[in-house]
Design a protein around this ligand. Structure first.
Ligand SMILES: O=C(O)CCC(=O)C(=O)O
Ligand SMILES: [Fe+2]
Length: 238
């Protein structure tokens, strides 16, 4: 692919690059339409009124036993949470993370449910992650989609490209704080064990949606566990 800043790239390759971007966006919009149809068939899935972002809640997506088993896995192998393109330990994401690779039965159970929920082929999903937030820990306002102007994009574009959908399940309920807030969409979701939130990081045209801005608000009392799954526009490869 030609570099748009490269004075040597021909006019032809420059316009081909722009077309590529549009074609990719169209692909994401078409895929989103299929996910939407599939999601609405899933028992308990409800689209939430949110300003400028497509977001659904699935009540009781996980059983309390499944939540407990996943919390045990997270507690067994958690490390400080990373952020793509940031320092290894980020001041924006102060929680701990545990990668939940395929294998253990509770991971297989969640992956199977997510496949049914989204209709997406499993290879489009990144490895499942668990997060644990202690009092004061948070994930500051951010977008899950990648900023294609950042140096990290050169790697990410070869690893499955843009992050399209985000799915997040609450595994427990902190005593206070820890809501997932979408400030521009005007929606703050209170953790409820077993409930899942899933949103489209793209807009209706398949381009990154600034309205998907969100944050994990600081836990004020107790502890918060969530499960996160990010989907890519192409099969994910690490
Ligand atoms: O913990 C939360 O409420 C939000 C987590 C989040 O946004 C993420 O992991 O990308
Ligand atoms: Fe996020």
């Amino acid at each position: 692919m030609a570099n748009l800043d490269d004075p040597c790239s021909t006019l032809e390759t420059r316009s081909a690059d722009r077309r590529d971007g549009q074609i990719e966006a169209l692909g994401r919009a078409n895929s989103a339409a299929q996910v939407r149809d599939q999601l609405l068939c899933y028992p308990g899935a409800v689209r939430m009124p949110a300003n400028g972002v497509e977001l659904y809640i699935v009540r009781d997506f996980l059983t309390l036993d499944e939540c407990a088993a996943l919390i045990a896995l997270i507690d067994g192998a958690r490390v400080p949470s990373p952020v793509v393109g940031d320092a290894p330990v980020s001041p924006h994401r102060t929680s701990e993370t545990c990668y939940l690779y395929p294998g253990p039965a509770p991971v297989t159970a969640v992956e199977t449910k997510l496949d049914l929920l989204t209709g997406l082929e499993p290879r489009y999903g990144e490895a499942l992650q668990g997060q644990r937030y202690a009092v004061g820990q948070e994930f500051k306002p951010h977008h899950d989609f990648f900023d294609t102007g950042q140096p990290y994009w050169l790697d990410q574009v070869t690893m499955g490209g843009q992050r399209t959908w985000s799915a997040m399940a609450f595994l427990n309920e902190p005593e206070a704080g820890g809501r997932t807030n979408f400030p521009t969409a005007g929606l703050a979701i209170t953790p409820k064990a077993g409930n899942l939130v899933i949103w489209n990081n793209m807009d209706e045209y398949g381009t990154p949606n600034p309205g998907s801005l969100h944050q994990g608000m600081p836990v004020e009392q107790g502890v918060k566990y969530v499960l996160t799954k990010w989907y890519r526009e192409r099969p994910w490869c690490q």
